[in-house]
Unconditional design. Structure first.
Length: 162
């Protein structure tokens, strides 16, 4: 059988195969695997560092967000306070202006009423004088003689009810 005749060469090939595998295994284990392992460890360390940095940045971002929200709330409160103060100040100024205007208008009304009263008194006084003159003129026409001013004034006062 020709297959069995190759056993001598087959055995030597198996030995060389095992020897090649052992050499390859030793070379890989001593040279290649440490490099691969170092690369994997470096990659793992870099990933862990990136994750740690990302966690730190996330915490910082959350802190900045909290500070921002606090600043916004404080700004809103301050703005509302300023608006409230401005409204109150505006109301106070409006009330003060209203009171001042009401005072001036009251003074103007009093002065106007006094002027009206004075003008009415003057007009009434002038009417009395005109009435006395009319009585004197009428008596002169009717009776042909002029009556005394005092008598005419007494007659006007009697008719006027004074």
């Amino acid at each position: 059988m020709p297959q069995l005749q190759q056993i001598d060469t087959f055995l030597s090939q198996v030995v060389w195969l095992v020897l090649a595998f052992v050499v390859l295994f030793v070379v890989l284990r001593t040279i290649a695997l440490p490099k691969i392992q170092a690369t994997l460890e470096a990659r793992r360390d870099r990933i862990e560092g990136d994750l740690d940095r990302a966690q730190t940045l996330r915490q910082e971002a959350e802190q900045v967000l909290a500070e921002y929200e606090a600043a916004m709330a404080e700004g809103r409160d301050r703005a509302q306070s300023v608006i409230r103060d401005a409204v109150e100040d505006g109301k106070a100024r409006a009330a003060k202006a209203h009171d001042a205007l009401a005072g001036r208008l009251a003074d103007d009304i009093r002065h106007a009423e006094a002027r009206i009263e004075t003008a009415r008194d003057e007009a009434v006084g002038n009417i009395r004088e005109v009435a006395v003159d009319v009585v004197q003129a009428a008596s002169q026409r009717l009776i042909g003689g002029r009556i005394a001013r005092k008598s005419a004034a007494d007659a006007v006062d009697a008719v006027a009810g004074r």
